[in-house]
Write a protein that binds this ligand. Sequence first.
Ligand code: NAD
Ligand code: UGA
Length: 464
Amino acid sequence: MKIRKICCIGAGYVGGPTMSVIADKCSDLEVKVVDINKERIAAWNDSDLNNLPIFEPGLDQIISRTRGRNLFFSSEMEKSIANADMIFISVNTPTKTKGLGAGQASDLSWVEASARQVAKYAEGHTIVIEKSTLPVRTAQAIKEILEATKKENAKNKNPKTFSVLSNPEFLAEGTAISDLEEPDRVLIGGEDPEAIKALVNIYLNWVPIEKIICTNLWSSELSKLAANAFLAQRISSINSISAFCEATGADINEVAKAIGTDKRIGNQFLSAGPGFGGSCFKKDILNLVYLSGYFGLPEVANYWNQVVVLNTWQQDRIYKIVLEKLFGTVSGKNIAILGFSFKANTNDTRESPSIRISCDLLEEGALLSIYDPKVSFERIKEDFERFSFNNQGIWKMVNSIPDALKNADAVLILTAWDEFFGLDWKYLASLMRSPAWVFDTRSVVKRQEIKNTSLNLWKLGEGS
Ligand code: NAD
Ligand code: UGA
């Protein structure tokens, strides 16, 4: 089966970068990315690459060589689906907010709507690929929606047929391009050997064959949830030990190094911090928790749920430490927040620890000056509006680190942006109001850097 035209439904953090890399690596393919969000499509088509809807290092260069050549962003759903030999579904799958399973199960409305659009507009044989992260056995639902076209097929000269594959995405934001260009593995789940071969052939343009793993559909769907659960669990594990370090005089970086040198444990993903953010870890674990309950495995559900409980606790305890060090009140005090994205090198703030911690401080009446090199004012405003809290404080966004620290009683570092390392703390201390505190949740500040200043330093995971 020769694939010539690809369509991707969903031009988000996954659809955009993934399709850009496919277009870049396979110049003989025509790749169309479609989205119901017209503003987002317009941003992807903006001639000024600084206005792309997402910030990812290296993405702008790929867009500049592929866009208009064999990569197209469009709102034209019908034609793009009809022309495609292969369709990726890469739409959002957030946690349900209402109804059965609310707060845990994934909301599949967008996936279902996409499957219905494919069923309606596709022509001839089409390979449909789940790129979104989905509950195990969702492929069955997609197949059933697509097969409902059989009735209308009876009258059709060119009947619609479909093969469904699962091809979950493992990229991390901030390193999406290198993750896509040099993936640890590509996972393909499916039953139709021809369809699997067609997708493998696309990846073979740049991924070595030994890195392409083929499994059955359900293993592929479950592996994605399991991978995110294991990664998030590691962060909760190291964060739990960070609190232990503070209580006992141990140092979390020393402990992480000591345990990470054991090959069986490994040294990656052992940085303690303000808890994991991002759109996926929490939602995917909660989905796993929901499915465990659904399949009659309450002990499994409780086990994974604890990873999320610990993550919220970590954010909560950071806010309480700030409060305690500032004599039990932050009302009317100036606090600088450095970093609002959920990690460095992305403008994404979904589930960012900065949201909860900032809202808790605002509820106590703090005056926040927020600085982040890539996050917009509108994004923060929306995040605060969505997070239900009783705001007693005031917040503003500033354009530089010194602006944030002017007259501040404390500075709270929540994202490890490169520019937060090696700051001139002597100068910054002179801008702050004494007694001033630095709260470092990302191991950004070295103790000797503040040695000859009047600053007090609290570092997450560093016991005294
Ligand atoms: P996103 O919200 O950034 O993008 C999804 C896009 O789909 C939106 O622009 C939305 O308008 C569009 N959309 C929704 N319904 C549509 C429809 N019927 N037709 C056309 N467009 C539609 O989401 P994302 O971060 O790209 O995540 C997408 C999926 O990939 C999720 O399942 C997520 O769990 C998974 N995933 C995300 C990441 C990540 O780093 N963000 C990594 C791996 C996997
Ligand atoms: C994560 C996974 O790493 C990807 O493999 C997966 O594809 C993706 O989720 C997804 O399914 O959405 P992402 O959330 O973009 O990627 O970024 P990570 O690097 O995993 O960081 C997640 C959170 O954990 C961030 O808030 C980060 O600061 C935090 N983290 C990460 C730590 O606190 N310590 C660490 O050692 C690593």
